[in-house]
Write a protein of this length. Structure first.
Length: 156
């Protein structure tokens, strides 16, 4: 009955992990929006740019992510920021309660392809007295190497 009433929308269930357990939250993306995302993802794939993941949604048409905060021991593709001139993908690995690692990968559309990529490796350190951020630039080859070690890929 539910799907008969909403036959023009695709229901995607996102798992939101909270302290009290798992909550299922429906997210609706129209079929036309899904087709647009799929078409853009094909272009991204040809260019080696990470795709908008299945089941992701956006509240502002700019930052795409899974609903809720992921609380996982495994590294994951946290979010994708989509702008007219560039896209930024953020991959995260939680090392401990006080250390989080992030690979931030940026693709610029209006520059030569060989200079379109910029990326950083960022370490967030949170101690009881201080918060520190360490960052260094990375090559695309280094990004691929780190993501491979984390069992992730920017192109899959």
């Amino acid at each position: 009955m539910f799907f008969k009433k909403h036959h023009r929308a695709i229901a995607v269930l996102a798992v939101v992990v909270s302290i009290s357990g798992v909550i299922l939250k429906p997210i609706f993306i129209s079929q036309s929006e899904r087709k647009k995302i799929d078409s853009q993802n094909l272009k991204r794939e040809k260019m080696g740019i990470p795709k908008i993941e299945e089941g992701w949604s956006t509240k502002n048409d700019v930052v795409w992510s899974a609903q809720g905060e992921a609380q996982t021991e495994k590294p994951f593709h946290k979010e994708k920021e989509v702008r007219d001139d560039f896209e930024i993908d953020r991959y995260v690995k939680v090392e401990s309660d006080s250390v989080e690692l992030m690979v931030e990968l940026k693709y610029l559309f209006r520059v030569a392809p060989d200079s379109a990529w910029s990326s950083s490796f960022i370490k967030f350190i949170n101690t009881k007295d201080d918060y520190k951020i360490e960052s260094k630039n990375m090559s695309l080859m280094q990004v691929d190497s780190v993501l491979q070690k984390w069992n992730l890929s920017r192109t899959k």
